[in-house]
Design a protein around this ligand. Structure first.
Ligand code: HH2
Length: 297
């Protein structure tokens, strides 16, 4: 495995986190219907407990979501999404846990309330295109020293896997993210406070997902840290043969290590402890990479 191509300044940070090593974002789905863990952390107290366990296991960021965006998912009204995520964000802030808190939402009103409750990252799977109010909320995150994650998706969760098609998926996703990044910059979110994400599984078939993973270095050249959310997704099931999404940890880690070896800086994962351990081993070996090519005894 090659060491990560290093396009970033060693001293660069994101919400106070160093970008000199891969960061782990733990997924906290406060939903009844998420694709691999729906219902498990639906009670706010269970979600908080799960999130704090992830911090103990080494998560740098906690991504709190109240709406499933799995293929075929139905829209959740803003008042219900707010009631799911805000108490969890408030409780995590009150707990004094050191993790950066991210809110996974497409809705400006939810992102705004989450910022007030203590969120530092606005993770929008629509790259600020779903809700016209999102650009100004994104600027508020930047003013507060936070960040905004812009993800590519083709179509809406309800229909996105019906027949995804591209002429050149890597070129189209790269161009789209470049355009959304420029728009966010114009609205007041500097590139150094943006995170870009090709959106694995969001309107993509297996071949599209593979092309995007193989093209990570090209996406990373856009100049913002790159986030990869491949954990337990259908792609992992297709490649590993594991039909049960909750049991896709090994395949998810393999894909995550491949992604960081190509330059991804943030892994969005369900299995934090396993991922953190794997990254520690990977990083110790990658740091020793100047030795590569030398003949061993
Ligand atoms: N994937 C999911 C949700 N949010 N955000 C980013 N930035 N990137 C992703 O790849 C991404 C995301 C879907 O995964 P999950 O949250 O586990 O499932 P569900 O949408 O069913 O809640």
């Amino acid at each position: 495995m090659n060491a990560a191509p290093d396009h970033r300044e060693k001293s660069q940070t994101l919400c106070g986190l160093p970008l000199s090593r891969p960061l782990v974002m733990g997924i906290v789905n406060v939903t009844p219907d998420s694709f691999s863990d729906g219902g498990l952390h639906f009670e706010p107290a269970r979600a908080v407990e799960h999130a704090l366990a992830m911090v103990r296991d080494g998560a740098d960021i906690l991504d709190i979501g109240g709406e499933s965006t799995r293929p075929g998912a139905a829209l959740v009204p803003p008042d219900i999404e707010l009631a799911r995520v805000i108490p969890v964000i408030e409780a995590l802030r009150a707990s004094g846990c050191g993790a950066v808190i991210s809110v996974d939402t497409r809705k400006a009103s939810v992102a705004r309330a989450a910022l007030t409750a203590g969120a530092q990252i606005f993770n929008d799977v629509s790259a600020l295109s779903y809700d016209p109010g999102s650009l100004s909320v994104a600027a508020s995150y930047a003013q507060a020293g936070g960040a905004v994650c812009l993800m590519h998706a083709q179509g809406d969760p309800a229909t996105m896997q019906d027949n995804p098609s591209y002429e050149d998926v890597l070129a189209q996703v790269t161009d789209y993210l470049a355009e959304r990044a420029r728009l966010a910059q114009a609205a007041g979110v500097p590139l150094r406070q943006q995170i870009l994400d090709p959106g694995i599984g969001f309107g993509k078939d297996l071949a599209h997902n593979i092309a995007l993973m193989r093209g990570i270095d090209r996406l990373q050249a856009l100049g913002a840290p790159l986030l990869l959310g491949v954990s337990r997704k259908r792609m992992i099931g297709q490649l590993s043969g594991q039909a049960d999404a909750a049991k896709r940890v090994s395949g998810s880690i393999a894909a995550g290590l491949y992604a960081v070896s190509r330059g991804a800086q943030i892994l969005r994962v369900h299995d934090v402890r396993e991922t953190v351990e794997a990254l520690k081993v990977w990083q110790a070996l990658a740091e020793a990479s100047p030795m590569r090519g030398e003949r061993g005894v």
